[in-house]
Design a protein around this ligand. Structure first.
Ligand code: 13P
Length: 258
């Protein structure tokens, strides 16, 4: 079954809204009406109002980088689902390794967020991935399975196909040392197998599973040409509109070769 490939950019804590505006103009010049790859930009919250206007007439979709599991209340510094939905976010990154490791988010909290996002019609991009130490100890599958299964624990079968999973090995993020496409394909195949056991085979075949970690215009093709890999979640290289557009183009080229 052909799944629409995704090129998603995670800007992390980069760009003021003014810088985002300059980016959007350059990027939209390249994108035009291109719809063969699903393009998602995930800026900081402060750029969502401006980008939701600038991108409204384009095929580029918006995602937030985090969200709280409650819908409102006394949660100083947090963002509610309605607040990101208001600015046209179809997606939200949840459980990114920086949230798990720097901000100590647990898999259980991430699972609550996934459930809330789906209730609000926002597709979670649920991130999972092992550290270098875990990989070296042969724990990749157990760590990924724990993060994945707790993350999707409360997801009902009828909403599961809206999930997007991103496999991002922690040691590959921001290091310039990407996983090999073969290793990424193997773990992503394992993730799909787990999803198949949790939901069913049909649903698991519909869920897009991305690779993230030092993706560049030069290496993206080798990842997305693999049968199980449905696109990429890109950090550093997505900050440059020219590089991110090249990643979109390479993703499309790979889709023609799958
Ligand atoms: P880099 O592409 O900078 O390695 O970041 C990957 C990432 O964390 C995307 O969410």
């Amino acid at each position: 079954m052909a799944r629409t490939l995704i090129a998603a950019g995670n800007w992390k804590m980069h760009k003021t809204s003014q810088e985002a505006s300059v980016y959007a103009e350059a990027f939209l010049n390249s994108v035009g009406n291109f719809r063969q790859v699903e393009i998602i930009v995930c800026p900081p919250f402060t750029s969502l109002p401006l980008l939701s206007q600038k991108l409204a007439a384009s095929p580029v979709k918006l995602g937030a980088q985090n969200m709280h599991w409650e819908t409102k209340g006394a949660f100083t510094g947090e963002i509610a689902p309605a607040m990101i939905k208001e600015f046209r976010c179809d997606y939200v990154i949840l459980g990114h390794s920086e949230r798990r490791h720097i901000f100590r988010e647990t898999s259980q909290e991430v699972g609550q967020k996934v459930q809330t996002a789906l209730n609000w019609g926002i597709s979670p991009i649920l991130c999972v991935g092992e550290t270098l130490e875990e990989r070296e100890k042969g724990k990749t599958e157990s760590v990924v399975a724990e993060q994945l299964l707790q993350g999707v624990d409360a997801v009902p079968l009828d909403k599961a196909s809206h999930l997007v999973i991103a496999y991002e090995p922690v040691w590959a993020i921001g290091t310039g040392k990407a996983a090999t496409p073969a290793d990424a394909e193997e773990v992503i195949g394992f993730i799909r197998e787990k999803l198949s056991q949790k939901f069913n085979r049909d649903v698991a075949q519909k869920i897009r599973i991305l690779y993230g970690g030092s993706v560049t215009p030069e290496n993206v093709f080798e990842f997305v040409v693999k049968p199980e890999i449905d696109g990429t979640l890109v950090g550093g290289a997505s900050l440059d509109p020219g590089k991110f557009w090249k990643i979109v183009e390479e993703t499309y080229r790979a889709s023609q070769n799958k």
